[in-house]
Design a protein around this ligand. Structure first.
Ligand code: IPE
Ligand code: IPE
Ligand code: MG
Length: 224
């Protein structure tokens, strides 16, 4: 059976869920947070060491202001309310992405990261204002700036995900088969699972089923 060390998830489908069941997209984002909590819980239970959640992409700034504000408010409240709970559960929080948010959110993030930095049970990476192309280009710029040789090891050392092993399993909910600028380098050998359900409808059972399927796959990494 394959070991499972790192799960990455593109949490897609909130907007459609909101429109379908509540008449507006933002209610879908709110509901999506419940799924986040459920999945964190199940990840802990399964002793998985890393969980990376795609929460906001560098391209999501194209969305209407009201939706962006709603999303960031949700996130601020989540961090303010839940950080103690995450800390108690021995979860380390890390933001991957470009940290140029409001002063309030930047402070919250820094505080949360600092507070949980020594935790060991699960590392929760929140991809926020994250874009893989930006990350890759930035790494090359750093190599040049620091006059480093272009090697895989040096390149990786400037990625936002340095010190984080590559995902074993990538899940995208929301019935869409694309990567939307997420971890393009890191998922070179990840097993990819496209889930039909929208993120707010995704549940513990669906997650466990995907994990169990993953465990039975023969991962070959180019070998036979
Ligand atoms: C994913 O859900 C969450 C974010 C991008 C913040 P969407 O908001 O993309 O939901 P759909 O894909 O429009 O249904
Ligand atoms: C990807 O979903 C980003 C997140 C889940 C945060 P999108 O809804 O932004 O992706 P596209 O636009 O459908 O490719
Ligand atoms: Mg979407």
């Amino acid at each position: 059976m394959n070991p499972l060390n790192h799960v990455a998830i593109i949490m897609d489908g909130n907007g459609r869920w909101g429109l379908r069941y509540k008449k507006n997209r933002n209610d879908g984002h709110k509901e999506g947070l419940n799924t986040v909590e459920k999945i964190i819980k199940e990840t802990l239970k399964n002793k998985i060491k890393y969980l990376t959640l795609y929460a906001f992409s560098t391209e999501n700034w194209k969305r209407p202001k009201n939706e962006i504000n709603f999303l960031f408010n949700l996130l601020e409240n989540f961090l303010a309310e839940k950080i103690d709970e995450l800390n108690k559960k021995n979860i380390k929080l890390k933001i991957i992405g470009i940290k140029n948010f409001s002063e309030k959110l930047n402070n919250l993030i820094n505080k949360a990261e600092k507070k949980t930095s020594k935790n060991k049970k699960l590392q929760l990476n929140l991809a926020l204002n994250y874009g893989s192309k930006f990350e890759i280009l930035n790494s090359f710029k750093e190599l040049k700036k620091n006059k480093k040789k272009i090697t895989e090891k040096n390149f990786i050392s400037y990625l936002q995900t340095k010190n984080i092993p590559d995902p074993d399993l990538l899940i995208r909910t929301g019935n869409t088969k694309r990567l939307s600028n997420f971890l393009l380098w890191q998922i070179a050998y990840s097993e990819i699972y496209f889930e039909k359900k929208l993120w707010p409808s995704f549940n513990r059972k669906d997650y466990i089923e995907i994990i169990n399927n993953y465990k039975m796959i023969k991962r070959k990494f180019g070998n036979i």
